[in-house]
Design a protein around this ligand. Sequence first.
Ligand SMILES: Nc1ncnc2c1ncn2[C@@H]1O[C@H](COP(=O)(O)OP(=O)(O)OP(=O)(O)O)[C@@H](O)[C@H]1O
Ligand SMILES: [Mg+2]
Length: 399
Amino acid sequence: MADLLHQELRSYARDMTAALKAMSESAFSPHELKTLRSFSSGEASYYLGVADGYLRKAHHDGRIQEVEMGAGNRRKYSVAQIADIRSKLAESAHKPEQFLPGRRSSNDEMQVWAFVNFKGGSGKTSSAIHVSHALALRGYRVLVVDCDPQASITTFFGYQPELDFFDSGSLYDVIRYKDRETGAGPVPLRQIIKKSYFHNLDLAPGGIHVSEFETETPSALSRGELPVFFDKIREALKDVKDDYDIVIMDCPPQLGYVTLSAICAAQNIVMTIIPERVDMASAAQFLNMASSLTEVLHENAGVGLFDNFKFLLSRFDTNVATQVDLAEFMRELFGSAVMKSAFLKSSAVSEAGISQQTVLEVDLSAVKNRKTYERAIQSVHEITAEIEEMIQKNWGRMT
Ligand SMILES: Nc1ncnc2c1ncn2[C@@H]1O[C@H](COP(=O)(O)OP(=O)(O)OP(=O)(O)O)[C@@H](O)[C@H]1O
Ligand SMILES: [Mg+2]
């Protein structure tokens, strides 16, 4: 006799959840305890944008606080200390702006970025979390918004979405429609935002319920409920418009209502693309579909203005000749729409990813393949510098 599918699926789900829980508990303590390593003076000066010697002298002159000494009498900085030193250096600098990369007035609009592509596994989440970490270290106040029911980026914050946000607390609560029976409606974004173990980095968690937005939108549209789906995230972000410099949205691998809502909320869009033939074919389809849908939205609702649309070559393996050729082809075809830097394929990224860490979080003194990590970090820094340049330009600070 055949077995019942739903029972079989439920038992797999239960075993998988338990196994994942055990795995993440052995990789690091429960999420309340996820902590961040300290950074060397070389790293601190990189993120502060000064020379190593400048930082040493500032300590020596007593302009900035002393920090803990680690092995070999080397200074160790927490991210919060780097942020503190940033403000102190700004107070005493001739040009304080060099230490204040974030918004300086209400004229500087919060910069909203969406990482998209409906191709699964194209590196959206990995790129988004690495860039978010690097931007926070560079001194920006960053909010990560997880628009994906799979909630992969949420796990990088040490959460287990399938347990922690199963009942409530995900983005769904914010973008949901009003329940016609109970009258329960959406909550303000601020209510679900979680501070994190990473200074300057907050999270609006994702979770399985976000997928309900896809099924509920058609009937909300027919009822004429406002705001309409494409305005949901844009409206929600108004609640935190003074709290962050940058919002990074990680989208699911589909062009559904939530992705469209994220695209409509973003002034900047990064489409991650692996330089492979199949990925490019799928990207062409995504672009076609996205263009038709955004055209409808533009004609009916006037939305669709943006500052930057960039292709980011991701999981790019420069040892594979066909990938190098296709990357070159993309650059010839799209010119400056392809970011100059690429997220190179690296075993450091996948290795760190197993314990829900970015390569920036890993303590390099504990790894065997340090050079591999350094190359991956370099790649993340290059992408971030390019994104920073676009942000600064949007704020009218560079030409
Ligand atoms: N630069 C990289 N080097 C090596 N592995 C990578 C890199 N970027 C991503 N990966 C790995 O590829 C897999 C898919 O990446 P990721 O989750 O970022 O893709 P995604 O586009 O967000 O996927 P989805 O469509 O399911 O949301 C992950 O296992 C990740 O660790
Ligand atoms: Mg993803």
